[in-house]
Design a protein around this ligand. Structure first.
Ligand SMILES: [Cu+2]
Length: 431
């Protein structure tokens, strides 16, 4: 085993595979098959890297079936973990219904411990609220319970266990619950995306999240994926786009969109009156909150969409090392290599070099651990991870196919020959 400079950076002990090999998910039951558009004029929600839960009409109610179970989850190629989720995925499938619907949601517990489901933000009878011990007895392993209520509102909501939350949320149990309005939204949207924010304490070299961690997380995810495994958002020029963002992580996240202004049009409380809509380019989505962000895609290109906390657009890293930036390392590398073949010192001039090498796969970290920052772009390493994806706006798209990189050659920053700063003038007197 050789030490790498990533190891030096992270300070991570080379943990021998801490967990047993990750097993495959337990089977899922036959899902209902009927599905149809939720409401006239409303597009179906596109849950990035995910899907909506199918339902069938039974005794006058839309019947959904959630199966709580252990799953094998991939955050991005090179990083997997044994997580808990619903119907084979984390987050669980998005539940979509229409205001006024009667819904029945069967919940089967295939976990090794009791669970419940709380319907976060949904107005319902007290006995349907899903707080274990308060509103109901817990759902024991092997049991199936039915929740049934009529949807009296519309908006962007969520679902998650209200039983051993510390473990069950940390392991990935959550999903979106989207209620479309009975009347089409005004103005109608052409594309409706859903993103659920979460954080994971998947320590380097391990295969199961650590539920005891409260602040120092290793992975920050959009729909339980990290960049570059996060699916891009697509929009054709002129289309109105809604991004529904929910947050069931342990941190607040300022979600930032490049190239466009959006208006914040709603929250867990439903669609806001227009007088409350406000233009933003960054919107903080607090823990337990949802926000609806809407904009017209009117600026072609590949635009970054990300959390603006820079550590949230990175993958696992050490939190306790002194900063190496500006520290002259001299012949340290050569001398240490005598004892640690393959070692590379790093960080003297910043982290760019390290990110580039790591992103190209030249630096091996602990097993099952992604580089801090990766992503091949058209101009080199994007140096991102975690909560990062792209909005790809094009004059035309072919279905949901990724159109590839945008050709920005018509207007692109370029290198110029001007090493000295321009002499300051007194322009401020002549504005
Ligand atoms: Cu964040």
């Amino acid at each position: 085993m050789t030490l790498s400079r990533r190891t030096i950076l992270t300070g991570a002990t080379m943990v021998a595979a801490a967990a047993a090999s990750v097993g495959s998910a337990q089977g899922t039951a036959n899902p209902p098959t009927q599905t149809r558009a939720p409401a006239r004029g409303s597009p179906r929600v596109h849950t990035l890297n995910g899907h909506s839960l199918e339902w069938r009409m039974v005794d006058g109610a839309k019947e959904f079936h959630l199966i709580a179970e252990e799953i094998e989850h991939e955050f991005a190629p090179g990083c997997r973990a044994r997580c808990w989720g619903y119907n084979g995925s984390t987050p669980g499938p998005t539940i979509e219904a229409v205001e006024g619907d009667r819904v029945r949601i069967l919940v089967t517990n295939r976990l090794p411990e009791p669970t419940t489901v709380h319907w976060h933000g949904i107005l319902l009878p007290n006995g349907m609220d899903g707080v274990g011990g308060l509103n109901q007895e817990h759902i024991q392993p092997g049991d199936t319970w039915a929740y049934e209520f009529t949807l009296r509102q519309h908006g962007t909501h969520m679902y998650h266990p209200h039983a051993d939350e510390m473990t069950q949320l940390a392991f990935g149990m959550m999903g979106m619950f989207i209620i479309h309005p009975r009347e089409p939204a005004d103005p109608p949207v052409d594309r409706d995306y859903a993103l659920l924010l979460h954080n994971w304490a998947l320590h380097p070299g391990t295969y199961r999240p650590d539920p005891a961690v409260m602040t120092e997380f290793d992975l920050w995810t959009f729909n339980s994926k990290v960049f570059p495994a996060t699916e891009p958002l697509l929009a054709a020029m002129g289309e109105r786009v809604r991004i529904r963002v929910g947050n069931l992580s342990m941190h607040h996240h300022p979600v930032h969109l490049h190239g466009h202004r959006f208006v914040v049009t709603g929250s867990d409380g439903g669609r806001w009156p227009r007088a409350l809509w406000r233009p933003e380019v960054t919107e903080i989505v607090g823990v337990g909150q949802t926000r609806d962000l809407e904009f017209v895609a009117d600026n072609p290109g590949d635009w970054a969409v990300h959390c603006h906390l820079s550590h949230h657009t990175m993958n696992a890293m050490g939190h306790k090392l002194a900063s190496p930036v500006g520290v002259k390392q001299g012949d340290l590398e050569a001398r240490m290599r005598e004892h640690l073949p393959g070692l590379m010192t790093m960080g003297e001039n910043g982290m760019f070099d390290h990110n580039t090498h790591a992103g190209m796969g030249h630096v091996q970290g602990p097993e099952n651990t992604l580089p801090m920052a990766v992503g091949d772009g058209p101009f080199g390493q994007i140096e991102m991870g975690g909560m990062f994806t792209m909005l790809k706006v094009r004059s035309r798209l072919s279905g949901n196919t990724d159109p590839g990189w945008y050709d920005s050659s018509a207007a692109r920053a370029k290198r110029v020959n001007a090493a000295q700063p321009v002499e300051p003038t007194h322009q401020h007197e002549h504005l």
